[in-house]
Design a protein around this ligand. Structure first.
Ligand code: ATP
Ligand code: MG
Length: 570
């Protein structure tokens, strides 16, 4: 492609609304433009990257035995009502009505649609296993659309849905998807970590997220500093360290006027935070729940919710509710005599001796509290893992980092097939629910994440595999006919070889051309300048500062070498 024929829309200034590098660079390089909050139009260069990522995804999905479909993005409400999700999906779903007042939504995900396809098409175990995928636009009216296409309201997702006749079949399919995802992200040039999204306590995980470490990530991930353990912070089990045994002292009520927070308590009692426990009160549906954790810990609400099993709403109690269950002002809650429906006690607290807690009386705390003797509750792991905690796998230290979720694989089991009567006849002619899995990759989020990992102060540094174009040729002086002729000649030869090549034939200064090439992130640059007199051109990789002076005839082999090194075909 000749740049003189292209709509090039690079910006020198960073648009004010873009907070993160990938968003800034996608706008500055003219890959995309914003149309409305969380809604973007892709421009030719950006679209080429999207297509490249899609091709990699398609290739790996096909290799793993999945078949490509394309479902409609407009989904009738009936399907969602059958699964029970029409009313619970919430405001993220874009709902609409047709001229006859029939309800539809713009698909935020397609479990219902693919369960419907499967139940209509699959009759017998002989048709299983089956793995169907599509690369399609999804709609989610995100509460916090931000960071460009990292979290947008319209985005392209590869979503796959697998159908197996039994659990072993699902395990095999899931493992194939796991492999395929590793290959996909590796080929896209992403350094990615697979994070078990549940504790593994049930013997093998049913869900895993593919995470890319990044400061701007919205997820918190726990990593082991020694082994390969990684988990979502919400799911990572917290180890309980045995406390040094102490003689249980007599319970004592202490007057603590205006001493409410842990900091105030530490100052007042002048002892370490590990000697306090705090009691948090929540409202879960119509029940009031208290959770006791060590003073310096945080309640992991996901663990509490999981332990409750299937709650719809879960929130911190209002000051009014706190007063009614503790008979005290906020700041003096404690487990002794609290009037909640359920009392959850973190294992760590159950192992502490002679600690301090609120007395459920304004201005008072209890001292020398001991679990079992002074109060009892449901013991469990209810706290958030912190940096330095023990790895559940190898017992070494854990560390915490932020991450971007680019993909998610999930064993669904029979949730949708049971709700929607997705059944097949097994070997004995018995009707059985299909065993399902689902597997998603955010295509535009992957694109943005690659930029987060591959850029410098001048712009994007595309990995060769997904670059919009692979080579850019810059004639240094457009008025120099010899330079322009040679540039054109190299251009057509590379084009014939199948290299995706740009020729910057604009009447611009070389500096401007270099700036644009760097901003757009073209992996290889050939400059046709003064040295053509000696039969040489300059060759430069975007990710290196070295400039190689190469014989014009050698340029083709030099480029081929890059393809070979990147495991790409020409
Ligand atoms: P998140 O926790 O980030 O909201 P999710 O759990 O809602 O993600 P899934 O429903 O598992 O995401 O969707 C599969 C993939 O689609 C995600 O791994 C992510 O790459 C992508 N994705 C989800 N929501 C968005 C969005 N609003 N914008 C861009 N990509 C998205
Ligand atoms: Mg989401």
């Amino acid at each position: 492609m000749k740049l003189s024929n292209m709509l090039i829309s690079t910006l020198r200034e960073t648009p004010a609304e873009a907070e993160i590098v990938s968003h800034q660079l996608m706008l500055r390089s003219g890959m995309m433009r914003k149309m409305a909050s969380g809604i973007y139009n892709f421009m030719p260069l950006g679209l080429r990257v999207i297509k490249k990522i899609e091709d990699i995804v398609r290739d790996e999905m096909n290799k793993a035995g999945a078949q490509e479909f394309l479902a409609s993005a407009v989904i009738p409400a009936e399907l969602w009502k059958e699964s029970g999700r029409w009313d619970v999906f919430g405001p993220e779903m874009f709902k609409l009505k047709d001229r006859n007042e029939r309800e539809f939504c713009l698909g935020p995900t397609h479990e219902e649609v693919f369960t419907d396809i499967a139940r209509n098409e699959i009759k017998s175990y002989k048709q299983l296993p089956l793995n169907l995928y599509q690369i399609q636009t999804k709609y989610r009216d995100e509460r916090r659309a931000r960071f460009g296409v990292m979290r947008s309201r319209e985005f392209i997702m590869k979503d796959a849905y697998s159908f197996d006749k039994n659990q072993e079949g699902l395990d095999t399919t899931y493992n194939k998807m796991y492999e395929a995802y590793h290959n996909i992200f590796k080929r896209c040039g992403l350094e990615c970590k697979c994070v078990e999204a549940d504790s593994g306590a049930m013997g093998g995980s049913g869900s895993a997220e593919f995470m890319v470490k990044s400061e701007i990530g919205e997820d918190e991930i726990v990593f082991c500093t020694s082994c390969d353990y990684a988990a979502n912070v919400e799911k990572a089990p917290a180890a309980v360290e045995k406390q040094a045994e102490e003689e249980k002292l007599e319970l004592e009520k202490v007057s603590t006027p205006d001493v409410r927070t842990i900091e105030e308590l530490i100052n007042f009692f002048n002892i370490a935070p590990e000697k306090f426990a705090k009691t948090l009160i929540y409202k879960a549906d119509d029940k009031t729940i208290a959770v006791v954790v060590r003073g310096d810990r945080e309640v992991n609400e996901v663990k509490v919710i999981n332990s409750l099993g299937g709650v719809v709403s879960f929130e911190m109690a209002s000051a009014f509710l706190v007063k009614s269950v503790t008979s005290a002002e906020v700041g003096f809650a404690g487990p002794i005599g609290i009037k909640t429906d359920l009392l959850f006690v973190d294992e760590e607290v159950a192992n502490m001796y002679n600690f301090i807690i609120g007395a459920n009386e304004t201005g008072y705390h209890y001292k020398n509290v001991n679990y079992g003797r002074d109060f009892e509750g449901r013991i469990g792991d209810f706290r958030k893992v912190v940096e330095g905690d023990t790895c559940p796998k190898c017992k070494k230290q854990l560390t915490i980092a932020r991450g971007i979720e680019v993909g998610h694989i999930f064993k669904l089991g029979t949730k949708y097939s049971k709700a929607m009567n997705g059944v097949f006849l097994d070997e004995n002619g018995e009707s059985k629910p299909l065993i399902m899995g689902c597997y998603g990759i955010g295509i535009n989020r992957t694109m943005a994440t690659v930029i987060e990992q591959n850029h410098d102060e001048n712009g994007i540094i595309w990995p060769l595999a997904i670059a919009p174009y692979q080579v850019i040729i810059v004639p240094a002086v457009m008025k120099n006919e010899q330079q322009v002729e040679i540039a054109k000649d190299i251009y057509s030869k590379l084009d014939n070889m199948g290299v995706e090549v740009l020729l910057d034939d604009r009447n611009e200064r070389t500096g401007v051309k270099f700036k644009d090439a760097d901003l757009i992130g073209i992996p290889m640059r050939i400059t046709v300048g003064k040295k053509v007199n000696e039969g040489k051109v300059e060759f430069k990789l975007r990710n290196s500062s070295d400039i190689e002076n190469i014989d014009i005839n050698e340029i083709y082999n030099r480029i081929k070498k890059e393809f070979i090194e990147n495991n790409l075909k020409l």
